[in-house]
Design a protein around this ligand. Structure first.
Ligand code: BDP
Length: 702
């Protein structure tokens, strides 16, 4: 009897599938199902040769062991040398083909050798090898050489001291500031592992709208505790600073960057920081933007402010990352006023005036992380100043955590845009990886989407955006498909049809989102403040350029923002080749049309439709595509963990509701101007514009 119960219990345990809560991200290391496959990997991973005591190397070998334990179900011994074959060798030795963090993985005399110039290279190579196993690639005759194209691959956390996250939708901050430095949440380490696995090597832990308290000794000790956890994973900590910190903390009477006392304050503060965190990464600064203090408060320039901080960092390895996200309300008499041009106007004249330690961080587009933007006109315009890319991973304008939107295509679209500054092929990617202008510093930042939610990102599928950001930061030449394919295999399933279906769903998701929210180049027509849901009817705001009408300019004649020489002239900020692409409304690609032109409702487009009909078509097909996404997701149900399946399915249902909301709002609102009927093939919205407008209150979004 007892034996029987025991047998049943064992059977039960061995067949039970545990619900997956998504915590393990893409580092699941679940046992590979096919025994034959496991054995083929096991034959090549009999031992690991490690003969270094460096912390990061230790991290790599521990990760490798735990990875293989999970994937192959066996313990792999770590040895300091071996004469036998069939093992992995960590080889820290000079390799001219590799840069500081690069690695090679090759089959050599029956072993697989991970070679790198530094311990960080070994760590990244280890994760690459694991990824090869996780995604089912053969290791026989493996031959990989990989160098990161960008030096600083960073996350920017907009996390506040009291645990909230600006534009964060996945719970509260990961950092428990009050409990630090004494209490170290084990999650800090898992955060570091996840980042290291995709090559992220820097993190800014606090909001760009920065509290000065991060400069106090108390907080620096908390930050140090985080830095200590991240260091063995090759991750450096940066801090966002409040430019007025010297005055706020009562160290000086002013924060004027040319004031000797202010300069001395920053020097002393920087020295203190390095005495606490010797490998501190540096400062990230939002200045004179959206009410934040900055050098212009004292009649100084952004360069004056940045150079003061660079001077303070001079004795150390740190750098200054100065953000170009600035815009002032244009004055009433400025007929050509356009937020599009603000950063360019402020920064372009400063090219050549920044210290060598300064990087200027530019958002991908000129307005603000919209579902689609043309590339920022500063890219290519500052050959003497290293420019960093700032992408947003958190979905501030892309439906928070109820919308499945895979962002790799958005990132790639910007990176592959051609600035033409040095002729054809002068892509944004080549600007930021330094190859175009020979920048000595290179950086790329992603505004993080992580939070305290168990699955880190709220929407399970948004994990793919964190993953994609890291992979592209390492190598912007990877394709969106390739990254999606890897991610699906590592997190969801290996079953070929599932991989294909989910990859397709991811790839199409961003265009679908654009279609049901801001098709044809519409932008910034979302709910005010919250940046969620539609609000195209917003005519006035505290600032003109926060109102939707400022951007869509709908009237009885047409819709769109004329940014040509007849309008705001923003288009003139680009090279003539780029201008040629977007100058003529008849030739402007439809995704950018209303970014640059005010187009008549009845104008015929390349699709054969009038503008009005095309606009309606996009809203309706956008919704249809969400319905289709739901079907695609349902079709993979048998191969997806139940908990994850249900959660994503539920969010997709909400997304459909939101797509109807957007469609109804925009079609009904713009129809007031076009005065044209909704094309006959589409059913009319079931509610009135007034009813749709009320949803903001009903959902309590304000
Ligand atoms: C906008 C956000 C705001 C940020 C700002 C920034 O709405 O919360 O503080 O960007 O990047 O997208 O500084």
């Amino acid at each position: 009897m007892f034996k029987k119960i025991l047998y049943l219990l064992l059977l039960c345990l061995s067949t039970k599938t545990f619900a997956d809560d998504g915590y393990r991200l893409w580092l699941k290391y679940d046992l590979i199902k096919k025994q034959q496959e496991r054995e083929s990997y096991a034959r090549l991973t009999k031992f690991i040769v490690v003969n270094s005591q460096l912390d990061i190397i230790k991290t790599a070998s521990i990760e490798f062991q735990s990875g293989l334990k999970g994937l192959l179900g066996k313990s792999v011994p770590v040895v300091t040398s071996s004469k036998s074959t069939g093992g992995i060798v960590f080889q820290l030795s000079l390799n001219k083909d590799l840069n500081e963090e690069g690695y090679s993985i090759t089959s050599q005399n029956g072993n697989i050798v991970i070679n790198a110039n530094t311990e960080k290279g070994i760590l990244y190579g280890t994760f690459e090898l694991l990824r090869n196993i996780q995604t089912g690639k053969s290791l026989a005759n493996i031959s990989i050489v990989s160098n990161p194209k960008i030096q600083y691959r960073m996350l920017n956390h907009w996390d506040n001291p009291l645990g909230t996250i600006e534009r964060g939708y996945a719970g509260s901050s990961l950092w428990k500031w009050y409990e630090l430095p004494e209490n170290i949440d084990p999650r800090y380490k898992d955060y570091a592992r996840a980042n290291a696995s995709i090559g992220i090597n820097a993190t800014v832990v606090n909001n760009v709208n920065a509290s000065a308290r991060f400069m106090t000794k108390e907080y620096l000790l908390k930050v140090k505790a985080l830095a200590d956890v991240f260091r063995p994973y090759g991750i450096k900590v940066f801090l966002s600073i409040n430019f007025a910190a010297p005055k706020i903390l009562k160290g000086t009477k002013t924060s004027d960057p040319l004031d000797p006392q202010v300069r001395a304050w920053w020097q002393a503060k920087t020295q203190e920081i390095y005495s606490i965190i010797p490998d501190f990464g540096g400062y990230l600064v939002k200045a004179n933007s959206e009410g934040e203090p900055g050098p212009q408060d004292f009649g100084r320039t952004h360069a004056d402010g940045a150079n003061m901080l660079a001077e303070a960092l001079k004795p150390y390895t740190g750098v200054v990352i100065w953000r170009a996200f600035v815009y002032k309300p244009s004055s009433k008499d400025d007929q050509k006023g356009d937020r599009y041009k603000e950063a360019y106007k402020d920064f372009k004249p400063l090219d050549g005036q920044f210290d060598k330690k300064v990087i200027v961080q530019v958002k991908n587009g000129p307005i603000d992380f919209q579902p689609r933007e043309p590339f920022h006109p500063l890219f290519g315009a500052m050959p003497k100043t290293p420019l960093a890319m700032e992408f947003q991973i958190t979905q501030e304008y892309l439906g928070f955590t109820t919308n499945l939107v895979y962002l790799a295509p958005l990132f790639k679209e910007c990176l592959e845009s051609d600035t033409y500054v040095n002729g054809k092929g002068s892509t944004v990617a080549k600007v930021i990886d330094g190859s175009l202008h020979d920048y000595q510093l290179t950086a790329i930042a992603g505004v993080a989407n992580t939070g305290s939610d168990r699955n880190w990102t709220g929407h399970f599928m948004s994990q793919a955006n964190w993953y994609a950001f890291g992979r592209l930061a390492w190598n912007h030449e990877l394709s969106s498909e390739q990254i999606a394919d890897e991610w699906v295999k590592m997190t969801l399933s290996h079953e070929p049809k599932t991989v294909k279906t989910v990859t397709k769903l991811l790839i199409e998701s961003r265009e679908n989102y654009v279609n049901f929210t801001t098709p044809l180049g519409l932008h910034h027509i979302m709910g005010q403040g919250i940046h969620f849901g539609p609000e195209p009817w917003l005519m006035k705001s505290d600032r003109p350029d926060w109102a939707s009408a400022y951007y869509h300019r709908a009237d009885t004649l047409g819709i769109g923002f004329d940014r040509t020489k007849n309008g705001s002239e923003a288009l003139l900020l680009y090279t003539s080749e780029v201008q040629n692409q977007w100058n003529d409304p008849a030739k402007t690609p439809l995704p950018y049309l209303l970014w640059f032109h005010h187009v008549g409702w009845k104008t015929k487009l390349s699709t054969g439709n009038t503008l009005w009909d095309e606009l309606c078509t996009r809203y309706y097909t956008g919704l249809a595509s969400v319905k289709d996404m739901r079907k695609q997701w349902d079709s993979v149900k048998p191969n997806i963990d139940k908990e994850i399946f249900e959660d994503v399915a539920g969010r997709l249902a909400v997304q459909e509701r939101e797509a109807i909301w957007w469609r109804d709002a925009c079609v009904l609102y713009f129809q007031q101007y076009s005065k044209m009927p909704i094309p006959a093939q589409f059913p009319k919205p079931e509610r009135s514009l007034e009813e749709v407008k009320k949803l903001v209150e009903i959902y309590q979004l304000r």
